[in-house]
Design a protein around this ligand. Structure first.
Ligand code: DAH
Length: 365
């Protein structure tokens, strides 16, 4: 009878051990080997037995207790292995899964405007030119017909470097205009060495410029784009048509009012400030009766052509200069210039452009 009880206990335990999870396994262990588990209760009953019987029964009970313990451990091992397998399967990365369309970075508004300017002038046949940030005062001022006493040359406006090139003091260029000089000198040299006349000059020069200035609308480093066209039959009409087309494309408004107003720059004659129509109160561009100055332009001064070895009786052309920050602020409603350079990620996310949408003329801007 007692031996039968033990057999039933063991058979019963074997039957129940195939539990589905570790919680059920723990419950089973408690019900068998816990404080008041069935095996424990049997062990407790040993005390009341006859010594002979206790000996035989005790040995058998211990054997069964060990068998049950082993069975529980074996089941624990199976469940642990299954859990690990399931975890590994669930966490395996699928290398064939498509890339998530997350924006990793953004194009800075200054870069975007530069790209747009390049796209618009590129469509008009302009070439992009580059020049150094460090210039001679001759390229930056003298060759551009800026007289020695001109206030722009003063230390309070210009960063002078403790260096010089061929006895010419070095400055951080205060505008992109010195690249006009470099381009015309190169063109004149080329013309002198070629049997054929080189094609007319048609360039834009986007780049960094430097002035000793710092407030909400001025930064010691900022960006400009210069434009220069030189040929045999270039007129003021070309200048006007070119800049009207540029401004209307850039501000995405084919009816944008554009006004040319007489002005003065040492390197152009005549010189014109270019204004666009806007509403001074709302800041809206293209509507309202107010005018906003947007860029400087003019016909290249004969002295500038002559300084570069180009005969002003044979060739003429026009030039312009536009502030990249300024037109970016106007186009996108950015109020403070300093934000362009602070690298605040929240600002960059808001005003940045996706790299997947390059500036293209046919999309409009
Ligand atoms: N260099 C001028 C400036 O920095 C901008 C400018 C005006 C450039 C008229 C030109 C021009 O080429 O024709 O303020």
């Amino acid at each position: 009878m007692l031996a039968d009880d033990l057999k039933v206990l063991w058979l019963n335990a074997q039957e129940r051990v195939a539990v589905a999870d570790s919680q059920a396994l723990e419950e089973l262990r408690v019900s068998l080997l816990g404080k008041s588990g069935s095996v424990t209760m049997q062990l407790k009953s040993l005390g009341a037995m006859e010594p002979e019987l206790r000996k035989a029964f005790g040995a058998e009970l211990n054997r069964i207790k060990n068998l049950i313990t082993e069975a529980l451990e074996a089941r624990r091992a199976v469940l642990d292995a299954a859990a690990l397998e399931q975890k590994l399967t669930a966490e395996r990365s699928d290398v064939s899964a498509p890339v998530r369309p997350e924006m990793a970075g953004a194009i800075h508004p200054i870069s975007r405007t530069t790209e747009e300017i390049a796209a618009i002038f590129g469509a008009m046949g302009f070439e992009i030119k580059d020049g150094p940030d460090i210039e001679t005062d001759w390229n930056n001022f003298g060759a551009l017909n800026i007289p020695a006493h001109h206030p722009a040359r003063a230390m309070m406006d210009t960063f002078y470097l403790n260096a010089s090139f061929a006895n010419r003091p070095a400055v951080l260029r205060t505008h992109t205009s010195p690249v006009q000089i470099r381009t015309m000198l190169e063109w004149a040299r080329l013309r002198a060495t070629l049997a054929q006349e080189p094609p007319p000059i048609r360039i834009i020069v986007p780049g960094r410029t430097f002035r000793a200035d710092h407030d909400a609308t001025h930064s010691p480093m900022f960006h400009q784009t210069e434009g220069l066209v030189i040929g045999r039959d270039i007129t003021l009409g070309h200048l006007k048509g070119c800049l009207i087309d540029f401004l209307r494309a850039f501000f995405d408004n084919p009816a944008l009012p554009v006004r040319f107003r007489a002005s003065y720059f040492p390197f152009t004659e005549p010189s014109m400030e270019v204004d666009i129509g806007w509403n001074r109160k709302t800041g809206e561009i293209g509507k309202g009766g107010d005018w906003l100055e947007i860029l400087g332009s003019g016909m290249v001064h004969p002295n500038v052509l002559a300084n570069c070895g180009i005969d002003p009786r044979e060739f003429q052309g026009f030039a312009f200069g536009v502030g990249i920050e300024r037109i970016t602020m106007l186009k996108h409603g950015i109020a403070d210039l300093r934000l362009f350079y602070e690298s605040d990620v929240r600002w960059l996310r808001h005003y940045g452009f996706t790299p997947l949408a390059p500036a293209m003329l046919h999309e409009g801007f």
